[in-house]
Design a binder for this molecule. Structure first.
Ligand SMILES: [Zn+2]
Length: 126
């Protein structure tokens, strides 16, 4: 019975591409966490999905959805290519990673294609 409710929530969760509404699912996350203690395999699967969803698909600089994501080689944070390049151009010796609390310096050489995010974004568009 409990699983039926879960399935519906999970479906809704997967179809919701607007992660700003994520707080709506905090109850769901709580439920998954308690469930994962009872059933590790099931819980671990869903937790992986949730962890992925918490990773923002929005560029931290423009706050727009990312289209061409690149990541910082040192800290692994992801940004939209054009906006992070713009920031670095203003500070050629390296700009601070725009993520709150991250103090890594970024130069153009530190940027790598974020293949994982690219794949994720293309799946979101389907
Ligand atoms: Zn960072």
């Amino acid at each position: 019975m409990q699983f039926k409710v879960f399935d519906a929530m999970y479906e809704e969760y997967l179809s919701n591409t607007n992660f700003t509404e994520f707080s709506k699912y905090s109850k769901f996350v709580e439920a998954v966490q308690s469930l994962s203690q009872a059933n590790v395999a099931f819980g671990a699967g869903i937790e992986a999905v949730i962890t992925e969803a918490i990773v923002s698909t929005f560029d931290p600089i423009t706050k727009q959805p990312m289209v061409d994501p690149v990541k910082g080689a040192k800290c692994g944070h992801t940004y939209e290519r054009s906006s992070i390049i713009e920031l670095i151009k203003r500070k050629p010796k390296g700009t601070r990673c725009p993520y709150v609390g991250c103090h890594e310096k970024l130069t153009l050489r530190d940027l790598q294609d974020d293949e994982q995010m690219k794949l994720y974004l293309s799946q979101q568009r389907k």
